[in-house]
Design a protein around this ligand. Structure first.
Ligand SMILES: [Zn+2]
Length: 257
């Protein structure tokens, strides 16, 4: 009996494989089966809305050249994408300045919230470094579903900022009275509050600031200012030199030490 069964086993397997292949969705149907909240938005739209939101947040003029710099994309590609986003009603172009519409703004807030929440999760729960968390969160922000977002919020006990101190949109964040670190005089004490998104994109900056413990909640004092604008700080007993590019952007509150 056994030899008689053997030949029938092969056609069965083959037809099962054929059936399995036939039930796979066509490639273009795949995005619709993913649990995106807004399956109609391609990740590229999300990325651009997020970038425009963050440039405006950091008071950088939102023109196409800045978007190209931030995303490291050619200007013609940015210009084509902005044209498509205008057609979708996500942005407006006001004499060269790009502005999010209400629809674009709400998409941006969702993506930024998920990015900053993912960064918190990756650093606080998984122990990733700042720089790794920023990188990874750039992927997570496009796939986190509302249910996962809610569970992360709960597990992290309703955080109001990302690990770099940037506010999570929709959270109970209340900005303290902050000034750029560069405005401080020699001898003044400070507490680090916020490392703006612009610095998160400066190559090597997050690694440096984390290693030097120039992180939200750290306290220090300005000990010297050199003619080229470099500030020397004392943080946790160590001296740290920071360029004006960094000190003009890092936001601190004053602290008497
Ligand atoms: Zn961050």
């Amino acid at each position: 009996m056994a030899p008689a069964k053997a030949p029938s086993a092969e056609p069965l397997t083959a037809s099962a494989a054929a059936a399995a292949t036939a039930s796979l969705p066509a490639p273009e149907a795949i995005p619709e089966s993913l649990p995106y909240e807004s399956p109609e938005w391609h990740p590229a739209f999300e990325e651009y809305c997020e970038t425009i939101f963050e440039l405006a947040e950091d008071d950088v003029e939102v023109i196409q050249a800045r978007i190209a710099d931030r995303l490291d994309i050619s200007r013609p590609a940015v210009s084509e994408m902005i044209r498509r986003m205008k057609a979708e009603g996500l942005v407006e172009d006001l004499r060269g300045t790009i502005q999010l519409t209400q629809k674009g703004h709400s998409l941006a807030e969702t993506v930024v919230r998920r990015h900053r929440l993912a960064e918190r999760f990756l650093t606080d729960m998984l122990g990733l470094s700042w720089a790794e968390a920023h990188q990874e969160a750039g992927k997570w922000e496009h796939i986190i579903s509302p249910a996962v977002e809610e569970a992360m919020m709960k597990t992290l006990q309703q955080p109001t900022t990302c690990p770099h101190g940037n506010p999570i949109p929709g959270s109970a964040y209340e900005p303290p009275e902050m000034t750029p670190l560069n405005d401080l005089q020699v001898g003044q004490g400070f507490m680090v509050q916020r490392i703006p998104e612009e610095l998160e994109f400066a190559s090597g900056m997050l690694e440096f600031l984390e290693a030097a413990r120039v992180t939200p909640g750290s306290t220090g004092v300005v000990i010297a200012r050199s003619p080229d604008g470099t500030l020397t700080l004392e943080v946790d007993g160590d001296a740290v030199g920071l360029s004006s590019y960094a000190t003009e952007r890092i936001l601190v509150t004053s602290a008497s030490l």
